[in-house]
Design a protein around this ligand. Structure first.
Ligand code: CA
Length: 229
């Protein structure tokens, strides 16, 4: 369940917002003062903050700026004055949305839902983007454990996949066969470093255009291998 923090000093407004958001299934907390609101927004895990502009202690401008420096939590700023909203926009403090009081609670709920959906999509796309490695025609999806070479999917055994991914994640770094064996195979697994040579050969057959003249995994004679970028 998404947790929302309302930083608002007018109790009746805060309570109204809270009621509507709770009816929509959100968990809602209220802080009536700037300093405590800022502290909680920074320290606790909220998925969205509804931030009033005029607050005792620290105002909404400052809270927005400080919170944005530390986190990407969506912020909806509210103010009684249209002029203030224009000013906030102009300052580029990083708020995600602005509403002028009085607004209808259902309008607030609709905007909260829209921002949460957008934010969750953004977060999940970042996560999946981090799991894909792309180097000169080779695409490795670490999450799905799939590999494409120039758009064509190739099948790899589990060790081959781990070895290729490890080398691709550390481009231009030369690893000895011993290092690769220790890294990819369990310490107590039966085998020797010749296993590494065999696996490199199999990987090359799948990713290289000409495996006798490798463009990706280079042999550094007397040392080991590296993934060339
Ligand atoms: Ca206020």
């Amino acid at each position: 369940m998404s947790r929302i923090l309302i930083i608002e000093d007018e109790e009746s407004i805060a309570d109204l917002e809270k009621d509507y958001l709770e009816l929509s299934g959100f968990q809602v907390e209220i802080e009536g003062e700037g300093p405590t609101g800022l502290a909680r927004a920074l320290e606790e895990d909220f998925q969205l903050v509804i931030l009033d502009l005029m607050l005792p202690g620290v105002d909404g401008f400052e809270i927005c700026r400080r919170l944005r420096e530390a986190k990407n939590t969506p912020i909806i700023m509210v103010s009684a004055k249209k002029d203030d909203i224009d000013k906030i926009r102009g300052l580029g403090l990083g708020a995600d949305d602005y509403m002028t009081k009085p607004f209808s609670p259902s309008e607030l709920v609709a905007r909260v839902k829209a921002h949460l959906t957008r934010y969750e999509r953004l977060v999940s796309s970042n996560v999946s983007a981090n799991q894909v490695i792309e180097i000169r025609g080779i695409k490795i999806d670490k999450t799905a454990r799939r590999v494409w070479v120039n758009g064509e999917e190739k099948n790899f055994t589990s060790r081959e996949f781990d070895l290729l991914t490890f080398l691709a994640e550390n481009p231009n770094h030369v690893f000895t066969k011993e290092e690769l064996f220790r890294k990819i195979w369990d310490m107590d697994s039966v085998g020797d470093i010749a296993t590494v040579t065999v696996h490199i050969k199999k990987i090359r057959e799948k990713i290289e255009f000409n495996s006798t003249k490798p463009q990706y995994i280079e042999t550094i004679w007397g040392v080991g291998y590296r993934f060339k970028v």
